[in-house]
Design a protein around this ligand. Structure first.
Ligand code: MTE
Length: 302
């Protein structure tokens, strides 16, 4: 199974060769459906493939506050996002800081499809077939230094194109962060598309983070800056309300949000009377990621 190798990652492992080779062997040894099952299936249930939500569900029910706070606002307004000549500034504790175009970042890498569960902190969920790259592989281009402990991310700000920014619905730029071992984990990806198509603007074109075992707000959209840093970086929802939104924000059915339970979730596209489904620990990726949090009190580090 594809799970053993994840436990070997430490913060110092950008893309250790042994793991790199192992991953290639794993991929070579699985059919496309088997791979989707291994990466997206319920932890421990090999071969349980996930049925993705429709393209329409995924692109019409969004959170992207730069374009407004309503679920339909991103689809209605994000057409104005200017994604031309996109580049990402990679700075901080890296050997090769600088401005990287998307072509620079993805050169020599093979785009993968990953079918992941996606669980919003608001207790709804979908299944999304992302296309993209492991974040670790992109960061390797800049050469992560040993001293880096966290990764900070920032979304573009285009006031002229973003009504939510003009109305200051929350402070912008939207910022997020991961611990270095979370960032380097093989499940963590930078997605550039869904359903084999370029990323729709409302989903965070042209490139956005996807961390499938964390609440959706960690998966920051339209990324323009990635900084390798020593200290835990500030994050948008934690800044707004630290009691309700922690830095880690791992999906955890046992730790309620102060205003609602996280034990179950509403499946988008399931229809008005669809039953809620139980939320899985780490959103179903427990076997892959639980070791990252060994010894941590998850009720304190929520
Ligand atoms: N990134 C930015 N820049 N702005 C946002 O408002 N919303 C977050 C996250 N990334 C958000 C963001 C939240 S709350 C969720 S649930 C997901 O994006 C939604 O991603 P989706 O619209 O692709 O489903």
């Amino acid at each position: 199974m594809a799970h053993r190798w994840t436990n070997k990652l430490t913060k110092a492992d950008v893309t250790p060769e042994a793991i790199w080779l192992n991953r290639r062997q794993i991929i070579a040894g699985l059919t496309a459906a088997g791979m989707a099952g291994a990466l997206g299936g319920r932890a421990g249930a090999a071969g349980d493939t996930l049925e993705p939500n429709s393209f329409d569900d995924i692109t019409s029910y969004n959170n992207y506050y730069e374009f407004g706070t309503g679920k339909n606002d991103p689809a209605a307004n994000a057409g104005a996002l200017d994604t031309s000549d996109w580049s990402i500034e990679i700075d901080g504790m890296v050997d090769r800081p600088g401005t990287y175009t998307l072509a620079d970042l993805t050169e020599g890498l093979i785009e993968e499809e990953r079918i992941y569960r996606f669980r919003c902190v608001e207790a709804w969920s979908m299944i999304v077939p992302w296309n993209g790259f492991e974040l670790a592989d992109l960061l390797a281009k800049a050469g992560v230094q040993e001293a880096a402990r966290y990764v900070a991310f920032e979304t573009v700000v285009q006031p002229e194109n973003m009504p939510g920014v003009r109305r200051k619905v929350i402070p912008f730029p939207y910022v997020e962060g991961l611990r270095i071992d979370e960032a380097m984990h093989p499940l963590t990806m930078m997605a550039t598309g869904i359903y084999g198509k370029p990323m729709p603007n409302q989903n965070g074109a042209p490139i956005r983070l996807v961390v499938p075992w964390k609440y959706g707000f960690k998966s920051i959209k339209s990324t323009v800056r990635i900084s390798l840093v020593a200290d835990e970086p500030p994050t948008t929802w934690n800044n707004l309300n630290a009691r309700e939104y922690g830095f880690y924000s791992n999906v955890n059915p046992q730790v309620s949000h102060p205003r609602w339970s996280q034990a179950s979730e509403r499946v988008i596209g399931g229809g008005l009377f669809a039953k809620r489904q139980e939320t899985l620990m780490f959103n179903g990726y427990e076997e892959e990621v639980a070791a990252l949090y060994d010894g941590m009190d998850l009720t304190k580090n929520y």
